[in-house]
Write a protein that binds this ligand. Structure first.
Ligand SMILES: Nc1nc2c(c(=O)[nH]1)N[C@H]1C(S)=C(S)[C@@H](COP(=O)(O)OP(=O)(O)OC[C@H]3O[C@@H](n4cnc5c(=O)[nH]c(N)nc54)[C@H](O)[C@@H]3O)O[C@H]1N2
Ligand SMILES: Nc1nc2c(c(=O)[nH]1)N[C@H]1C(S)=C(S)[C@@H](COP(=O)(O)OP(=O)(O)OC[C@H]3O[C@@H](n4cnc5c(=O)[nH]c(N)nc54)[C@H](O)[C@@H]3O)O[C@H]1N2
Ligand code: SF4
Ligand SMILES: [Mo]
Length: 714
């Protein structure tokens, strides 16, 4: 079977990167006859017409076609053979039958909720939708959640609470250079979304100011007019301290507070308990820097606060984001042109993946599973009885923690928790204790390697589907090249499994057909996609939700809804249209330092690797740039430990120990060490991390735990 159809090899196909939430535009061209196996080489060709990145790509995007090669990926199903205990090649028929049997048996013996489903924010909208429907309709299980819980759930919860709606950015990125001041909190976008750095450069060229809040002087922080370097886990105190100063210096926007918000008195009272001197003691940020930040932010007529994983991946992430939103509201920098709070979502479909039903408490269109009207609407689209839909299930970490307990079988698509989940050794052990594990992936990830059945699936360039980027812009990823023989799409997998489990209908394999059903399911919900079509996305530069279908119920031709690039300008999405202040107070991290564990560990990313590394660790150029884990530490700490550059360090937490070489730099606080989380094995950062959960979002505390650092062998 040829790898590409001739028509597609002629010209290049406009599409989007498989990785992060920027969803950079690129063109792909298949050049016939490249790979020894008889396939094609896929080339990235610059695509300058897509406004988000205007042709710029980071190294990951540029090299993404390397992961299409059949040399690094799965091309046949694998089944674990009892005789050898090993994963060995099998036919699709056998592999699918084994999954249907494995999940079916668990359901018979232990009941519906003993079958779990775990999804991913990298899956297209169509896949996320189909996976959620599969869990609720075919398996009838409540036990479904996804890795987005580890990503932006705290910001999502804070968004809902304050604005009544959760969309990462309430404005397009193109607004950033035109605002007066940006406070960027715990985002290292110079490494995590490199083409987006342009927006900050342009901001400064236009005379705008940039404040970066990060315990490390990152490449992003180096761009800042002011860099605040708080102790990890203290952003809540920091934001409250700034609000205290805003109030005490009389810089609140009282007319805005009066007209557009509710709850100010309680929020103000809570903030006033956070005296600047006290905040300096908690955060380590000197009072003059706090004052300078307030001056810069308030002097600028317009302003934005943008958060990423730094303040969000904490056991108080929701309250922390709430405090930053309070600062925006109190200064009138929200719900107005060129002002507002936004969260920089992470995964390729981090936004859409959280809207269409793979989240434990959610139905498509960002509807609530507990809302009777939502259940009735979606059940109507699905052709099932609303009462047959299960209720909300557990959050991601709680679900993984329950494996082998009351969850006996798991179907996993689009995540690699052996590397990326907190307290990873424990989660690995839970996965091993399952009666049955099925994984669909493009490569043999560390998690797939534990499975009873592994299904090889297609990826971005080989299939069509939509993603929703961090701006809420719904995009079309087009198929540019055929998959290797033997590989099927996730939609085909769900279709086949549904049929084997008694549902012949309801799981189409054509992505556009799935999207059209998703549109109907989302109609009238908060994330309304009903007015968006593949054709419209292709003609426009993507379409921003909400975008209702204006022709619905109308006999005449009506103007299509233009989509909503900017939210909240007239009113917030709450019932009364007012934004809600939240009265929050600072609290410590779940685990503070002590004599035994005297140093703080924080974790994050490097530019050349993506997430668990399942994909990017298979690309030579990226491995050359970022070959393995490391422990970043300050020269003073290194000296105290008697450690030199490159020495192997053992980092010990209450969960376990990890070993990696020292990287000494004065760009980090001397009470903190940093490890990237992209690698399995002895240098796995998540062996150490603390699964303490935020009470509202159920986000684990990836960004702070207490550790001891030693030279290996000491
Ligand atoms: N190269 C690369 N790019 C990626 C990804 C990737 O894996 N690799 N993943 C994508 C995804 S899914 C996501 S979610 C985004 C994440 O994008 P970012 O949020 O930018 O990435 P992180 O490195 O996790 O964290 C950002 C910064 O938070 C800082 N930080 C640590 N602790 C604290 C704290 O307590 N407070 C504050 N204020 N800051 C703190 C870290 O020092 C780090 O510089 O990146 C996306 N892009
Ligand atoms: N210590 C620490 N841990 C963290 C974080 C941190 O900052 N610090 N960040 C957290 C965050 S923000 C995130 S988002 C998570 C991410 O962590 P993971 O959920 O592990 O994310 P990926 O590594 O992207 O895993 C995606 C998997 O799906 C596969 N895949 C790709 N495309 C497809 C597809 O179309 N279909 C199917 N079936 N499979 C596909 C990939 O090959 C890969 O194996 O990590 C979290 N873990
Ligand atoms: S910034 Fe993100 S979307 Fe753009 S090329 Fe890099 S990984 Fe891909
Ligand atoms: Mo993420």
């Amino acid at each position: 079977m040829p790898r590409t159809s001739p028509a597609l090899t002629q010209a290049s196909t406009p599409t989007h990167c498989p990785y992060c939430a920027l969803q950079c535009g690129m063109n792909l061209r298949a050049v016939p006859g490249g790979e020894a196996a008889g396939g094609d080489v896929v080339e990235v060709v610059e695509r300058t017409d897509f406004p988000v990145n205007r042709g710029a790509l980071c190294g990951k995007g540029r090299t993404a076609p390397a992961v299409l090669s059949s040399r690094v990926r799965l091309t046949e199903p694998l089944v674990r053979r009892p005789a050898t205990g090993r994963l060995e090649p099998a036919t699709w028929e056998e592999a699918l039958a084994k999954i249907a049997e494995g999940l079916g048996r668990t359901r018979e013996v232990y009941g519906r909720d003993a079958v779990g489903v775990f999804g991913g924010g990298g899956l297209t909208n169509e896949k996320a939708y189909a996976l959620g429907k599969f869990a609720r309709v075919v398996l009838s299980t409540s036990q479904i959640d996804y890795n987005g819980r580890f990503c932006m759930s705290s910001a999502a919860a804070a968004h809902q609470r304050a604005f009544g709606l959760d969309r990462g950015l309430p404005f397009p990125l193109e607004d950033i250079p035109r605002t007066g001041c940006v406070i960027l909190v715990g985002s290292n976008l110079a490494e995590t979304m490199p083409p987006a750095l342009r927006y900050l450069t342009e901001l400064k060229e236009n005379g705008g100011r940039l404040i970066v809040v990060d315990p490390r002087r990152t490449r992003t922080a180096e761009q800042a007019d002011l860099h605040l370097a708080p102790r990890p886990g203290t952003d809540l105190a920091l934001a409250l301290g700034l609000l205290h100063l805003v109030v005490s210096q009389g810089r609140t926007d009282d007319a805005f507070i009066q007209e557009r918000t509710a709850g100010w008195d309680e929020a103000r009272a809570a903030a006033m308990a956070h005296w600047p001197e006290h905040v300096e003691r908690v955060t380590g940020v000197p009072v003059p820097q706090l004052r300078e930040a307030v001056r810069m932010f308030c002097d600028a007529g317009t302003g934005m606060v943008l958060t990423a994983r730094g303040p969000e991946q904490q056991s108080k992430g929701t309250d922390t984001v709430g405090a930053w939103i309070n600062l925006c509201l109190a200064t009138g920098k929200a719900g107005r042109p060129l002002s507002g709070y936004g969260c920089l979502t992470g995964q390729g479909n981090g936004q859409g993946g959280r809207e269409h039903g793979q989240k434990a408490d959610q139905l498509p269109g960002y509807r609530k599973l507990t809302d009777p009207a939502a259940r009735e609407h979606v059940a109507g689209v699905w052709g099932v009885d609303p009462d047959s839909l299960p209720g909300p299930g557990r959050s991601a970490y709680e679900l993984l923690d329950a494996l082998g307990g009351d969850i006996k079988s798991l179907l996993l698509m689009g995540s690699n928790p052996v590397v990326s989940a907190p307290r990873a050794s424990h989660i690995e052990e839970r996965l091993r204790s399952l009666d049955f594990l099925a994984v669909a992936d493009v490569v043999l990830s560390e998690t797939a390697a534990l499975a009873d059945v592994v299904l090889p699936v297609t990826q971005w360039a080989e299939e069509t589907g939509t993603t929703t980027n961090l701006e809420g812009r719904v995009l079309l990823r087009r198929r540019a090249v055929g998959p290797p023989p033997g590989v099927r799409t996730d939609l085909e997998v769900l279709h086949a499994l549904a049929a084997l489990l008694g549902h012949e209908k309801g799981f189409p394999v054509d992505p556009e057909e799935v999207f059209d059903e998703l549109r109907r399911a989302s109609a009238g919900g908060p994330a309304d996609y009903s007015g968006i079509s593949y054709r419209r996305i292709a003609e426009e530069d993507g379409v921003f939700w909400p975008c209702p279908d204006t022709s619905e119920g109308s006999a005449h031709a009506v103007e299509p809804h233009p989509g909503t690039p900017r939210l909240f300008l007239d009113r917030f999405a709450t019932e009364d249209g007012r934004a809600r202040f939240v009265p929050v107070v600072h609290r410590p991290a779940a685990e503070e330092t002590d004599a035994e564990y005297p140093v703080l560990l924080t974790t994050g990313r490097v530019v050349a690797q993506y997430q668990s590394g399942a994909q990017t660790r298979r690309v030579d150029e990226l491995n050359a740039a970022a070959p393995g884990p490391f422990v970043e530490l300050h020269p003073r700490l290194a000296q105290r430990l008697g450690v030199g550059e490159g020495d192997r360090l053992t980092v010990v937490s209450r969960r376990g120990r990890a070993v990696a070489p020292a990287r000494i730099t004065d760009a980090i606080r001397s009470d903190t060490v940093f490890m990237p989380f992209h690698w399995p094995g002895e240098g796995r950062a998540n062996t150490l991390t603390n699964p303490a959960l935020d009470p509202t979002s159920r986000m684990p505390e990836f960004k702070v735990c207490a550790v001891r650092v030693e030279r290996e062998g000491d």
